[in-house]
Design a protein around this ligand. Structure first.
Ligand SMILES: NC(=O)c1ccc[n+]([C@@H]2O[C@H](COP(=O)([O-])OP(=O)(O)OC[C@H]3O[C@@H](n4cnc5c(N)ncnc54)[C@H](O)[C@@H]3O)[C@@H](O)[C@H]2O)c1
Length: 264
């Protein structure tokens, strides 16, 4: 049982892309704050350990396989969550993809793959989950954008930057249109965060610049004012706060968690 004193006691939270990285850390942090957690990823087997870790905390943890780039898959996912829990209180739209590439090397395939998950996926998960939140006049949506969407020069590629700018813009307008229904929508813009995604970018960058991965990591961190990359838990902590009653009057905002790289 969740302790009734916990800020998210018995809330139902959904996290996409929860098999690893920021999504997994966020699912666990929500569980530690008292929430039941539905952990979504492409492959149910890959995300099951996240749900099991939430269950080990004494909350309900449910693993679901779903592709957030596919509307039928999103609708099936929402139906299964409502069948199991009856409601959704918190959505963390976290699933995202990229690859490090120079502007002139990007392809139509890159556009379709990145926009399908980072743009279409975020929008339709938000819309379909908001449809369940509106009748209850309550809900919190947290979109994981990126400082890439605010002009960060070290972003992995131009299409990715555009997809994250789209997330920031969608966060603002959705916040306005869902505010009358008492639904808060905010975005978190992580800087470099130590995950499989950033590791792949780091390796490509090191190869491009002809240095070791260790040297590339040193240079990357030296360019961060606080001198360190994020751990996934640094993003999870803000996602939890945005889901708590203390954040009830915060909406439409995009918060940087980046060690001081970007100020706007
Ligand atoms: N790591 C960073 O440095 C960094 C920086 C800024 C923003 N972000 C953003 O944070 C989010 C999480 O990134 P991460 O670093 O933890 O990535 P990651 O690659 O470690 O994990 C992403 C997860 O999303 C899942 N996923 C991918 N496509 C999916 C789909 N169509 N449907 C369902 N799940 C899908 C993957 O299977 C994976 O488990 C992304 O939106 C990313 O753009 C990451």
């Amino acid at each position: 049982m969740a302790d009734a004193g916990q800020p998210l006691a018995d809330r139902v939270a959904v996290v996409t892309g929860a098999a690893r990285g920021i999504g997994r850390a966020t699912a666990l942090a929500l569980g530690k704050s008292g929430a039941h957690v539905v952990a979504i990823d492409l492959d149910e087997a890959a995300v099951k350990p996240t749900a099991d870790a939430v269950s080990a905390l004494g909350r309900k943890g449910l693993a679901l396989g779903a592709d957030v780039g596919d509307l039928r898959s999103i609708d099936g996912m929402v139906r299964r969550i409502i069948d199991s829990f009856g409601r959704i209180d918190v959505l963390v739209n976290n699933a995202g993809v990229t690859r490090r590439a120079y502007v002139m090397d990007l392809t139509e395939e890159d556009w379709d793959r990145i926009m399908r998950v980072n743009g279409k996926g975020v929008f339709f998960c938000l819309q379909r989950v908001a449809r369940e939140m509106i009748p209850r006049r309550s809900g919190v949506i947290v979109n994981i954008a990126s400082i890439a969407g605010k002009g960060y020069a070290g972003a992995s590629n131009v299409i990715y930057a555009g997809s994250k700018g789209a997330v920031i813009s969608m966060t603002r307008m959705a916040a306005l249109q869902l505010a009358p229904h008492n639904i808060n929508v905010n975005a978190i813009c992580p800087g470099t965060t130590v995950t499989a995604l950033s590791d792949a970018n780091l390796r490509t960058r090191a190869a491009d610049e002809g240095v070791t991965v260790e040297e590339m990591a040193r240079r990357r961190n030296a360019a961060i004012p606080l001198g360190r990359a994020n751990e996934p838990e640094d993003i999870a902590a803000l996602a939890v706060f945005l889901a708590t009653p203390g954040a009830r009057n915060i909406t439409g905002q995009s918060f940087n968690v980046d060690g001081g790289i970007i100020f706007d």
